[in-house]
Design a protein. Structure first.
Length: 119
């Protein structure tokens, strides 16, 4: 019926460069097998000085900060990020973030596609 449960051992998964125009941004997928449509989750690492440039996506985000500090830009508004904060960004809104601290910024990134089948 549903997807098989899977334990993901994060310490065994290497950090992958995010790529594109990002600088010093890395990720580990948390959901590639369990949720193939409508939802994606990643553990994201931004090294000090790391930047995820402003862009727009066709899906919404929730960014939950696990450690470190940084800043985000959403539609031109600068928002401070720190451990324990969660930031939501609606689909189609221009956004980006960067690590403004002296240590790694670690966050969980949730990507939610509208109409993903949840009732």
């Amino acid at each position: 019926m549903g997807a098989k449960s899977e334990l993901i051992r994060l310490e065994e998964i290497p950090w992958e460069p995010f790529g594109g125009q990002t600088r010093e941004i890395f990720r580990k997928s948390l959901s590639a097998k369990a949720f193939p449509s409508g939802f994606k989750a990643s553990l994201t690492l931004a090294r000090p000085g790391g930047v995820f440039p402003e862009h727009m996506d066709p899906y919404s985000h929730i960014f939950y900060i696990l450690d470190g500090e940084g800043e985000a830009s959403v539609e031109g508004q600068t928002i401070p990020l720190k451990k324990g904060n969660a930031l939501t960004v609606e689909a189609g809104k221009k956004h980006g973030y960067w690590n403004s601290g002296q240590s790694d910024l670690i966050l969980i990134t949730l990507n939610i596609f509208e109409g993903g089948g949840w009732k």
